[in-house]
Write a new protein. Sequence first.
Length: 68
Amino acid sequence: MPKVTFIEERCKGCGLCVNVCPKHIIKMSEQNLNGKGYHPAEVTDMEQCIGCAFCATICPDCVIIVEK
């Protein structure tokens, strides 16, 4: 099963990963704020992840790591 990790402190909350995910399992955290004051992205259901790495490819700040 793939594993997606976000480096939350570097996330600026742009939402590009949310828009590109074909399984719609990434969302912006509503509770957490990082040190820069942004709501970082997070995976809601890791079981549904197919490991396509579209999210990591589109991230302008290289915040997302996808392991297969």
